[in-house]
Ligand binder design. Structure first.
Ligand code: PGA
Length: 239
């Protein structure tokens, strides 16, 4: 699975699709884009699943919020939740993220991508696994759908050009799979994708690792050619 997270960036989507289509060989795996929600109906391409960068867990008198039903109605196939920028700038905590999982679980949207990751300080303190385990406590007791996916995104790697060593990512992904399997009601073993400064230069080093099931790409996805290159690299390295 390779996902583009456009975040709150405005791009020329016609050019993006041209660049992507000109460089991307056929795909037989999950490739998606998560544009800003206001562009979800405008950005479409037959080869790309369309997703949202976040969702509200409820509806009605909730000014400014976008509900799951609304996303479903416009054809959204996947939703990203718990991104570290949501946690940091919008103060989302485990309680709120758990509510989103609960609401998505009951909905028709087939794929949820839960982002987790430690800060630089937590990493330096050797607390990464404890932090991830705490963030994963939001799924405690849920029967997770088969497409419930985790994105491991170290906060310090996002947009910084720094990344963990591929072997360390692999070890953490294995750990995440084990934790999710043990805490979910149905012993679900999720796909775990890596996010944080993935480019077409470093993607192969991550994709060669056994427990890396794809990537969530921010900055490098804003260019259709670069994103296509990453998709092509995934195709060549699918284990
Ligand atoms: P980045 O962002 O690729 O720009 O580091 C990844 C993300 O935040 O999902």
């Amino acid at each position: 699975m390779i996902i583009a997270n456009f975040k709150s960036n405005v791009i020329n989507f016609d050019k993006w699709v041209d660049d992507f289509e000109n460089s991307c060989s056929p795909v037989d795996f999950y490739v998606g884009i998560a544009p800003p929600s206001i562009y979800i109906t405008k950005y479409s391409s037959p080869r790309l699943a369309i997703g949202a960068q976040d969702v509200d867990h409820s509806s009605g008198s909730r000014t400014g919020a976008i509900s799951i039903e609304m996303l479903d109605e416009v054809g959204v196939e996947f939703v990203i939740i718990g991104h570290s920028e949501r946690r940091e700038f919008f103060h989302e905590d485990n309680d709120l993220i758990r509510k989103k999982i609960q609401a998505l679980d009951k909905s028709k949207i087939s794929t949820t991508i839960l982002c987790i990751g430690e800060t630089k300080e937590e990493n330096k303190m050797g607390a990464t696994k404890d932090v991830l385990k705490n963030q994963l406590s939001v799924i405690d007791g849920f029967e997770l759908g088969k497409n419930f996916t985790i994105a491991y995104e170290p906060v310090w790697a996002i947009g910084s050009g720094q990344t963990p060593e591929p072997k360390d990512i692999n070890e953490i992904h294995k750990y995440i799979k084990d934790v999710v399997q043990s805490v979910s009601e149905n012993n679900h073993v999720p796909d775990v994708v890596y996010g944080g400064s993935v480019t077409d230069k470093n993607a192969e080093s991550f994709f060669k690792e056994e427990f890396v099931d794809g990537a969530l790409v921010g900055g490098a996805s804003l260019n259709g050619t670069t994103f296509a290159n990453i998709v092509n690299i995934w195709r060549e390295n699918i284990i």
